[in-house]
Design a protein around this ligand. Structure first.
Ligand SMILES: [Zn+2]
Length: 305
């Protein structure tokens, strides 16, 4: 600021007008310098996000053989009942993860169109609001818990215990792997990456006494190195959170899903499942915003008694 005032001071009278001009000029110059200095970082952060939004908005899965629904929050049982009704009304049959994997590797589907139901994290809410509905409809689903909760249960550890997971498998559901602690896998060293992928698989298999063959990338983050480690760990399939359907011949380690967010009603979900160009993607974008608003509303203290 001092050098700047000095530079301009040579040419201007030091009145109030010129010093406010100097300050504005200096602030502008500072901002431009900061923007220019951090421009590569900003492009690095923003560009993938923009590409992702663009890919989602333009996604179309109208004629996809299978849609893999991806659930996180399931806030009410009533809404989930409506959504399952919308799925059936559109003619989808719900297939299990083993049926889906067999189909991807060449076996026929029991019927078409087919849907796979996946639940990331195996939250208590999913167990309370979705599982009774799934069980009453005899819809098989896949749950992707973190395995940290199995290795060391303590006050800070979240995630379902072994008995919960065993009960789910006994009811005909599948348990998949979502790593040990949910890191962004693309940012890990290869050693840590293997611990999170293979380590988590072995922990789950040890707890369940059966093979775990489906993987789901935390935050959807994957690249060629991450996919190779997942393949090496002998998973059959791995899911992203990119919007889209699945067709035979798709890369089994880069499978797209159809996220259901923001508690849509049956009509809205039916429109989304049509998978139309610009429609489903725009709906997903609006649901992402709604999801944030729902979370914020839940955090706000109750007003007016
Ligand atoms: Zn997750």
């Amino acid at each position: 600021m001092d050098r700047m005032s000095h530079d301009l001071g040579d040419r201007r009278a030091p009145d109030e007008h010129s010093s406010s001009f100097d300050a504005a000029f200096e602030v502008t110059r500072f901002l431009f310098r900061e923007i220019r200095r951090d421009l590569p970082g900003q492009i690095r952060n923003t560009a993938p996000r923009l590409l992702r939004v663009l890919a989602d908005v333009t996604a179309t899965f109208r004629s996809a053989h299978v849609v893999v629904l991806c659930y996180h929050r399931v806030r009410t049982r009533e809404r989930f009942v409506d959504q399952m009704a919308a799925l059936s009304a559109r003619g989808y049959s719900v297939v299990s993860m083993p049926q889906f994997t067999d189909w991807l590797h060449g076996s026929p589907l029991p019927s078409r169109p087919a849907a796979v139901l996946t639940f990331d994290h195996c939250y208590d809410e999913q167990l309370e609001n979705a599982v009774p509905v799934l069980d009453s409809l005899k819809f098989p689903a896949t749950f992707f818990p973190l395995s940290a909760g199995l290795a060391d249960r303590g006050p800070d550890v979240v995630g379902p215990g072994r008995s919960t997971l065993l009960a789910l498998t006994k009811a005909g559901h599948t348990i998949g792997c979502h790593t040990h602690t949910h890191p962004v896998l693309t940012r890990l060293s290869t050693t840590r990456l293997r611990q999170e992928v293979l380590g988590s698989k072995l922990t789950l298999e040890d707890a369940l006494g059966q093979r775990v063959s489906a993987f789901c990338y935390p935050h959807g983050a994957n690249d060629a190195r991450v996919r190779e480690v997942v393949r090496e760990a002998e998973f059959d399939v791995a899911f992203t959170v990119d919007l889209g359907g699945v067709n035979r011949g798709d890369d089994p380690f880069r499978l797209k899903r159809v996220p259901v967010l923001g508690e849509p009603g049956s009509a809205e979900l039916a429109g989304y499942l049509a998978g139309r160009f610009l429609v489903s993607g725009a709906l997903l974008l609006s649901w992402k915003v709604r999801e944030r608003l729902l979370d914020r509303a839940a955090l706000q203290p109750e007003r007016d008694g």
